[in-house]
Design a protein around this ligand. Sequence first.
Ligand code: THU
Length: 144
Amino acid sequence: MRETTYQLLSHTESNLIDAAKKASCQAYAPYSHFMVGSAVLLQDGTIITGNNQENKAYGSCVCAERVALLYATANYAHTPPVAIAIAACYNGQFTKQPVTPCGECRQVLAEMQARFNTPIRVLMYGEDVCCIANDISELLPLAF
Ligand code: THU
């Protein structure tokens, strides 16, 4: 895991974060008002975006990460995801600290990494600091 800033990222990394930031604007988050965006980079360069989709029945809410990841594998079943970027906006401002995926999303990431036998980099955006995990095992050690 490494900490860095947006300004120091490669073009590919900042481009993926930009896509996640843009996707957060279309989140449906009337209950938490926490607007999360995600962008998944596939091995062939395709970028799939998602955002959190909330529900009055809170247990039915789906995180931004899973919206994008599951769309990606549903539609590109033979193309490994190689990276995911996550950004969140609250009260009209992107968070200063990075937002990290919840446990359930980490489990989904672990399944995908194993399924395609390809590491998935996780880029977590914050205005002040970005965190980069090279591999989901850094976020979910000893995965089931
Ligand atoms: N959320 C995400 O979409 N991704 C995360 O990594 C953290 C949390 C969503 C779930 C819920 O809609 C809202 O943010 C508040 O938890």
